[in-house]
Design a binder for this molecule. Structure first.
Ligand code: GTP
Ligand code: MG
Length: 419
């Protein structure tokens, strides 16, 4: 059945970003294939415990539902199990909340086994305290929990609490195996001491586009492009690409899932393992959609989420993207900020310079005299360091070079001129 929804929001104590968050809710619904046919809001100083909105508003909503022939009500907040139950009873239609909507989108988009497991865990955890209400409302409706009919639907509702709990445990176990594999890979990288730079930011800010633009410019053979698209949550998994610069310095660039206001808590928890990469980065590129008039608020949301992930100790460079759309706003010089356009590929050199300044501070310049019988080492440095000058002397090859401190220490015996 076609889903026609009315979105409902309670503006508690005049939140400054209330209108935007309602518009975003409609976008989230659209991302789920639900048509939004109406909006209803209420200003209050405290929410109604039994119905979330006041009783007068419930009646009003009932009338509007009939008028607009809508069959779903979507609330801009996470409702309690009893609120959903009471509302469904009085309105005789399906009632969902922002959390379910986001979980549905994630469930639909998840591609890798790891992402799928994470979403499933989050869905089951959301469901657990709501089981009774769900079972009651199921008597009246045939639909699933959220906007989709499959996924967390009837079959799973038949499971009792215990079975859901043991399912969660089993999923956790499977996830742990996958996470362990990633950790091995990460340890390997740490051993090689390749710096890690992670893209973070609000959904649709242009993180994936920026990753692609940087790869195209600096390392076209570095790997296949990631998906970038004008929709909420285009990216649901972490992708890592290695970028090798002309002077042989390299780093790993990580693209991550975007954040959104009121990202369901269970989801953050579930995605924590994927986002562990973020917490272990050397630098965060906080990508901002500078063409969005409310970008300041979105920065605050992202900062908050970064903190929840335990990554607020990592240095941040703010990348104001979509400068092509932002006009005059995208100007000026600030130390922790760069203006770029991933689409028009402007500002990328400046960005790369700023990244280099921050992550390659463990490089040093020196001169080494490599005996002729160690020819392999000369080749090694030509591959892995920035050789500034090569001279052939009587007792070996003299290299003026910039190399990592690790290499400097390792080949100290050959250093003739250090820092
Ligand atoms: N005009 C303009 N559009 C851009 C720019 N960068 C990205 N976009 C567009 O913004 C949309 C979102 O881009 P993505 O790269 O998918 O954004 P994201 O931050 O990865 O989004 P999620 O993965 O959903 O978190 C796409 O339609 C891009 O084409 C830019 O510099 N200028
Ligand atoms: Mg993306």
């Amino acid at each position: 059945m076609e889903q026609r929804a009315i979105v409902v929001g309670v503006n508690l104590n005049n939140q400054p970003d209330f209108a935007e968050s309602m518009a975003e809710l409609a976008n989230l619904a659209a991302a789920c294939g639900v048509e939004v046919v109406g909006e209803m809001t209420q200003k209050v100083s405290h929410v109604n415990t039994s119905h979330y909105i006041g009783s007068g508003k419930v009646k009003e909503l009932e009338i509007v539902l009939a008028q607009l022939e809508a069959n779903v009500v979507i609330f801009n907040d996470e409702l309690s199990p009893s609120q959903i139950r009471n509302l469904e009873k009085d309105l005789a239609c399906k009632v969902i909340d922002r959390t379910i909507l986001i979980l549905d989108i994630f469930a639909e988009r998840a591609q890798t086994r790891e992402a799928q497991l994470q979403v499933e865990v989050a869905q089951l955890q959301y469901m657990l305290p709501r089981l009774i209400g769900l079972r009651e409302s199921l008597g009246r409706q045939s639909g699933g929990v959220g906007t989709k009919n499959k996924g967390v639907g009837e079959t799973k509702l038949e499971l009792d609490r215990r079975r859901i709990e043991s399912k969660i445990t089993a999923l956790h176990r499977e996830l742990e195996t996958l996470v362990a594999q990633r950790q091995v890979q990460r340890k390997q990288r740490q051993k090689n001491r390749v710096p890690v730079v992670s893209l973070v930011g609000y959904t649709n800010a242009g993180k994936s586009s920026l990753m692609n633009a940087m790869m195209e410019l600096y390392d076209p053979s570095g790997g296949k492009p990631v998906l970038a698209r004008d929709m909420l949550f285009a990216t649901l998994e972490t992708s890592v690409r290695s970028i090798e610069l002309p002077d042989n310095k390299s780093f790993l660039l990580t693209d991550t899932v975007g954040f959104v206001r009121n990202l369901p808590h269970h989801l953050i928890k579930a995605f924590r393992s994927t986002l562990e990469e973020v917490a272990e980065s050397d630098l965060l590129l906080h990508v901002v959609d500078s063409s969005n008039p409310e970008h300041e608020q979105l920065i605050a949301v992202t900062r908050h989420t970064v903190k929840e992930l335990g990554a607020d100790h990592i240095p941040v460079l703010y990348v104001y993207n979509k400068a092509d759309l932002a006009g005059d706003a995208a100007e000026g010089q600030e130390e922790d900020r760069v203006y770029v356009s991933a689409m028009q590929k402007t500002g990328l050199e400046e960005l790369m310079q700023r990244i280099r300044d921050r992550i390659f501070d463990n490089y040093m310049q020196c001169e080494m005299l490599i005996p002729f019988d160690q020819g392999k080492l000369v080749a090694y440095f030509n591959e892995n360091a920035h050789v500034l000058n090569t001279e052939y002397e009587e007792n070996g090859t003299k290299l003026a070079l910039e190399c990592s401190t690790a290499d400097y220490e390792k080949y100290r015996a050959f250093v003739v001129h250090g820092q």
